[in-house]
Design a protein around this ligand. Structure first.
Ligand code: WT7
Length: 614
């Protein structure tokens, strides 16, 4: 039986005791027809007296002013397993203190505040306090090494960085003098701090605990997320305050989030999922957000789901495959009766995992598809519909999806001024999204200056060009992902049009890794590919050639791998091979795809060489 013929029911085998909740999205076709983003804007409060739309007001203040002041907004489990809670009222005063602190430091609206923190309460206060102040919040994943951190601080023109003494010492101090614009470093716990840093807790204690959010035009820059491109530097995708309309609506429709829910999103806020859904969306719903500071641990995860009585769980295929390794019985050993909805994002969710979810939890896993650039879920399997295992689902209401073919020049095929859209119901092509959803990214920061010196100035500043423009054609955003659409309008992921590697849900730009490897004294050239891996989807594998006089050896291989790890952290290659020379095109470009095909044991002639993006 072909997999798309297998349908998994909607909780027909619900675990006993699971609450019956009416899905937010009932009849798909009707909701999709009637939906407008304007109506979704109306589900939010807006700043009083028509002063605009601010994410922090929707996520915090409006609840703190009403009957939810005493409701738990965030439950944090620290690495030692201790639980702490913040009510909406407490979150309001701590984020107001943070906003006042930024003002006292002389930060201007639109300037950027970076975080390099584990999932500690201060991260959430930093994010929402920054948004209150109408500065731009730019979270960094704390697994990054000094080089990727420096690149991102420069690209986003960091003015303030919030981090810990340990991370500061190890990752930031070595590069701080090469980030001249970074005016203030705030440390969570100042015991071991070096000079030229500020103790965050002491500074917050001195700051005023009331703050009036300034008028916020919905198009005010709010969030800066870094993502990886196939070539050149990482990209900083900038989102604006009105993105919250999409965060809120998609959490309701695609994650079936209700106000009464306890919600756990396992993603780190250093990635877009961990901010859109790991901070903002659940709070805009007045739900309770669960945060786990620790990394994956099978007992720890099931225990947290059980103890916090999590209703809605949003995670990744890699994490689910790790749970799967421990078997169905392990899952059934815990009381997960509160769990109503499970969703996944970030990489292809194989059908096997969807079906395993049904067996282990009595619930299928709902795949969702989106990108850093889209800011919110665009395609999804919904609570009220059958899940097609292996399919990403159907477009979210308000999102128009097309499958496009690109012309020879790598742009979309444009016919009579219109992008050529494949109209047959069954089709294969590049996923394109009609412009106009609120969480669409508005620029790649520093884009205007690409290739002409230092990073761009203000993230909100003028000049969005080359890389950004290359993502659009005639009102469509081109995603760089290729999919198939079946007869019923479900989308199936096929692959990417570029060389970007997806490892454990994280995009890794090959160029960023190769540049670092090539700075090792023994390395002449380097090329990295994504090598298929059962759990992580892909891992980074490097191929290097050596400088004259250097001989391949196991010691040298380990030395280069360790060198990569120190500089790159989580982006570093896990495997490496020496090559006498790298295969190149006639114009001299390294043929990554050829190395990949060889690694996969495919004949070279079978190469699919699609057009690069941006
Ligand atoms: C890329 C975007 C936004 C979520 C976190 C990742 C891949 C995402 C799926 C899925 C297959 C997926 C795509 C996409 N991807 N979701 N359900 N099935 N692939 O954001 O780091 O910007 O990565 O992740 O290739 O383009 P991101």
């Amino acid at each position: 039986m072909p997999l798309d013929a297998v349908r998994v029911g909607r909780g027909k085998v619900a675990p006993p005791g699971a609450a019956r909740v009416q899905p937010n999205l009932g009849e798909y076709e009707r909701v999709r027809r009637d939906f407008t983003w304007d109506s979704a804007r109306g589900w939010l409060a807006g700043l009083p007296d028509e002063r605009g739309l601010n994410i922090a007001h929707e996520a915090v203040d409006r609840h703190a002013e009403g009957p939810r002041a005493g409701k738990v907004a965030v439950v944090c489990r620290d690495r030692q397993g201790r639980i702490s809670e913040l009510t909406y009222g407490q979150l309001r005063s701590s984020t107001s203190r943070f906003a006042n602190l930024l003002r006292d430091l002389g930060l201007a609206p639109g300037e950027s505040v970076f975080s390099l923190l584990g999932r500690v309460p201060e991260l959430y206060v930093t994010a929402l306090g920054t948004l209150k102040h109408t500065s731009v919040f730019a979270p960094l994943f704390p697994g990054l090494g000094p080089e990727p951190i420096r690149q991102r601080l420069l690209l986003g023109d960091a003015r303030v960085l919030v981090t810990t003494p340990e991370l500061y010492k190890r990752e930031v101090a070595p590069i701080r003098d090469r980030v001249p614009g970074l005016a203030h470093v705030l440390l969570v716990g100042n015991r071991t701090a070096a000079g030229d840093t500020i103790d965050l807790h002491a500074a917050l204690a001195r700051a005023d605990e009331t703050f009036e959010i300034p008028p916020t035009d919905p198009r005010t820059p709010a969030l800066l997320h870094f993502t990886s491109g196939a070539t050149g530097r990482p990209k900083g995708a900038l989102h604006v305050h009105e993105a919250v309309v999409a965060h809120h609506a998609t959490a309701a429709y695609a994650l079936d989030l209700h106000e009464s829910d306890v919600f756990w999103c396992t993603a780190d806020p250093g990635w877009v999922t961990g901010t859109s859904y790991g901070i903002i969306a659940p709070l805009t719903h007045g739900a309770t957000l669960v945060v786990d500071a620790a990394d994956f641990d099978v007992h720890g995860w099931y225990e947290l789901l059980q103890e916090q009585r999590v209703n809605v769980f949003y995670t990744t295929p890699t994490a689910l495959r790790m749970l799967m390794r421990y078997g169905v019985d392990r899952a059934r050993a815990y009381d997960l009766s509160a769990l109503r909805f499970i969703a996944s994002v970030g990489e292809p969710l194989n059908a096997e995992v969807v079906l395993w979810g049904q067996e282990a939890f009595g619930r299928p896993v709902h795949d969702t598809w989106w990108q850093t650039e889209t800011g919110a879920i665009m395609i999804s399997n919904f609570a009220s519909m059958d899940v097609r295992p292996g399919s990403m689902g159907r477009p979210v209401p308000g999102v128009k999806v097309a499958l496009l073919e690109r012309g020879e020049d790598g742009r979309a095929l444009v016919i009579d001024g219109e992008v050529h859209e494949i109209r047959s119901p069954e089709a294969v092509g590049e996923i394109a999204l009609r412009q106009g959803w609120p969480s669409m990214f508005r620029s790649y920061v520093g884009d205007a200056e690409v290739g002409v010196g230092p990073a761009g100035r203000s993230p909100g500043g003028a000049g969005t060009t080359q890389r950004y423009d290359a993502c659009f054609a005639d009102g469509w955003y081109l995603t760089g992902d290729v999919a198939r659409r079946d007869n019923d309008g479900y989308y199936w992921f096929l692959g990417r049009t570029d060389d970007v590697i997806k490892s454990a849900g994280q995009l890794i730009g090959p160029f960023e890794v190769e540049s670092v490897l090539m700075s090792h004294p023994a390395v002449a050239e380097a090329c990295v590919i994504g090598k298929p891996d059962r759990v992580a989807g892909e891992i980074v594998k490097a191929f290097v050639t050596l400088r004259p006089g250097c001989e391949p050896s196991d010691d040298l291989r380990l030395d280069i791998l360790a060198f990569g790890r120190r500089a790159l952290g989580a982006l570093a290659p896990k495997e490496m091979a020496f090559e006498a020379q790298l295969p190149r095109t006639r114009s001299g470009k390294v043929l990554r795809r050829l190395l990949k095909a060889r690694e996969l044991g495919q004949p070279d002639g079978d190469l699919f060489i699609p057009q690069p993006r941006g």
